[in-house]
Ligand binder design. Structure first.
Ligand SMILES: [Zn+2]
Length: 117
């Protein structure tokens, strides 16, 4: 992994250009570099932060733009960053949380409900 100090994203080591912002100043990440983890709804991020606090993972977040999807209310989203040394652990927590939320929501998803046009 290579680290972009301009936008704090990680990139594949086989490129010298940041896949997020196009910067060419990539370098090897240091343990304390804040690394972009994900952008998700405020609710998801707050749940993830709670899990991180249980595991003593430091984090920081910042407001991302409001996203508007058709037929869905405006959702405020948050970017969350973690120190590079906690990146793998945090990613695993996020994946577990995604999986938990998806199995929770299964009962509400109906694919036969699209005949309303
Ligand atoms: Zn970048």
């Amino acid at each position: 992994m290579l680290y972009c100090p301009d936008c704090m994203h990680l990139s594949d080591p086989d490129t010298d250009i940041c896949s997020n912002c196009g910067s060419r100043r990539l370098r090897a990440p240091k343990d304390n570099d804040p690394v972009y983890l994900l952008t998700e709804s405020t609710e998801f991020v707050h749940t993830l932060q709670w899990l991180m606090e249980q595991d003593k993972i430091p984090y920081m977040d910042k407001n991302a733009e409001l996203t508007t999807k058709p037929y869905v209310m405006n959702v405020r989203r948050l970017d969350i960053f973690v120190p590079y040394s906690f990146y793998g652990q945090s990613l695993q927590l996020a994946k577990d949380l995604f999986a938990a939320e998806q199995s929770e929501n299964k009962g509400f998803v109906s694919e036969e409900n699209s005949g309303e046009e």
